[in-house]
Each structure stands twice: as C-alpha cells, then as structure tokens.
Design a protein around this ligand. Structure first.
Ligand code: SIN
Length: 275
C-alpha cells in the first residue's frame, strides 16, 4: 500500500507501524483520514509520536472513525463520559489492561478501536504489547481451525468489573455488567480476514463444549495468542498515541514501573456485532 499524506514505517512484518507527517490536533482532510484508516487496517495498531492533544482534540480524532463508546464501569473525568482514565501511581492497587484482552469484548457490540494518549510515562518500562489475532488464526493447524470454526464463546464483564472501581464516591451495587456471546473466530468487517476472538480477561467458556474441554481449549488458545511471534511492543514517550483495532488485536499493559506515575486518557470507538 502506498501513502501520499503520511509516512508509515512498519515495526514488524505482522503487526504495528509508526505514523509520522501528521498533526492530530488539526482536523484531518478526507485523504489523510483515508490513509490513517488504511494504515490501521493494514498494520492493526498504529503509533504516533509528539502529539500533545487536548481532551477535545483527542475526542475529535476518535470521532472521525465512529461514535465514541462509553465504558460500562470506569468512572470518567468530569464532563467527559467518553474518556477512560488510564493512571497508575504509588497508591495504585492494579492498573488497566494487566491481562491480555480485547477492549470490552463483553459488550454485544464491542468497540472497534481504542486510542490511548499518555502524557506522563515512567523513566523506563510501562510498555504495551499488542498481538495480532490474524497471525494467531493463521498460525493454527488446519485441523484446529476446522475444530474451532462455528464455535461460540461467552464473554463476561461481571468478573472483571465488579467492585473494581468502588470508592467512597462510587458503589457498583445494583449495576449490571454486560455479557455477550461471540464467535470464537470472527471475520473482520473491513478486511474480510479471520481473527481469533477469545481472551483471558473476558472469555469465560466455549458454549458448545463440556466445561473441562472448554477450559483446556481456551488455555491452549490463550497461550497461542500470546506468542511473541505475533506481537509488537510499544515503548511510550510523553505524548505518544497508540490506536489499535480491537477486532483483530489483543493487548497487555506491563506494570513494571511501580511506584512511578504513568498517566493518560483513552478514547474508544463503538463497533459492530462480531460475525
Ligand atoms: C488498556 O487500554 O487496556 C490500557 C493499555 C495501556 O495502559 O497501555
């Protein structure tokens, strides 16, 4: 694929590219938008450097790709319900995204993409890993692909979110967290490629299998999805941005920098029902 308005530097042969030659604080022209979208479709996760976006500029950038998603649990900053706060410091007991996942896959229509802007990063560490679920699907044997085709899995928010955000100001008693059934292998609505769609955080079982068999198959698939061969590892700097396609990518945030601060906002874009 050739690009005229942006520069696209692949970071691995399978996943990830760094984009330069664009100022995301400015409205994108149609050609620029199309090229950023094409780069995302080709590389599944794209990275930008030196983009000191305000919260409104961040939301405007996200809105070019679709309506913004509101998180089912995480309390947003005042006046910005579409923002997910990503923050860790010396008082943190946990951080967002510590286990492999695709964002909010427990939703009936899970988010198509997520755009994370970090402005404070630790001196070292705090990288994010991204794994290509196209590559994971392609890496299975024909026998295993035939076995998985047509199976569905349950994804649940309850075991992930219940109590997680409780504080003196906020209590989730009475809140119902989403649960959904999705195909184990989904077809990307734009590229037409197949991607594995089960993850350690939200998936609870494969519905058509007995419980023990479901657990064994899921364990195998999780380990398979997390192989370094399918990954790119992103090293953050202040005002870096990562934009990933949740339909074909899982990610993991590494918390190896305690007690240092890592801080930013995520905008998440609504998606469609997986098929
Ligand atoms: C997340 O959105 O899961 C957090 C990713 C990160 O903090 O790197």
């Amino acid at each position: 694929m050739s690009f005229e308005t942006i520069t696209v530097k692949p970071l691995t042969a399978r996943i990830g590219a760094e984009i330069s030659g664009i100022d995301l604080s400015q409205p994108m022209g149609n050609r620029e938008f199309q090229e950023v979208h094409d780069a995302l479709m080709e590389h599944q996760v794209i990275f930008f450097r030196d983009q000191p976006l305000s919260v409104d500029q961040h939301k405007d950038f996200g809105r070019r790709f679709g309506d913004l998603h509101i998180h089912p649990g995480s309390p947003p900053p005042d006046g910005h319900p579409e923002i997910l706060i990503v923050h860790a410091d010396k008082d943190s007991k946990r951080v967002a995204g510590e286990r492999w996942h695709s964002d909010v896959s427990c939703d009936t229509e899970p988010p198509m993409g997520s755009i994370l802007h970090l402005w404070t990063v630790p001196d070292a560490g705090g990288d994010t890993l991204f794994s290509s679920m196209y590559a994971a699907w392609d890496g299975l044997s024909d026998r295993m692909r035939a076995y998985l085709d047509g199976l569905t899995a349950t994804h649940s928010g309850e075991q992930v979110y219940r109590g997680r955000y409780n504080s003196e100001q906020y209590d989730d008693a009475g809140r119902v967290y989403p649960q959904a059934v999705h195909p184990v292998v989904r077809t990307h609505p734009v590229t037409g490629q197949k991607a594995l769609y089960v993850n350690r955080t939200f998936t609870t079982r494969i519905n058509e299998l007995p419980s023990e068999e479901s657990s064994a198959v899921l364990d195998f698939l999780y380990n398979h999805c997390e192989k370094p061969d399918y990954q790119v590892r992103f090293k953050w700097r202040p005002d870096s941005i990562a934009f990933w396609d949740n339909r074909c990518v899982q990610h993991l945030a590494i918390w190896d920098y305690y007690p240092q601060v890592r801080s930013g906002y995520r905008v998440t874009i609504k998606g469609d029902r997986p098929f």
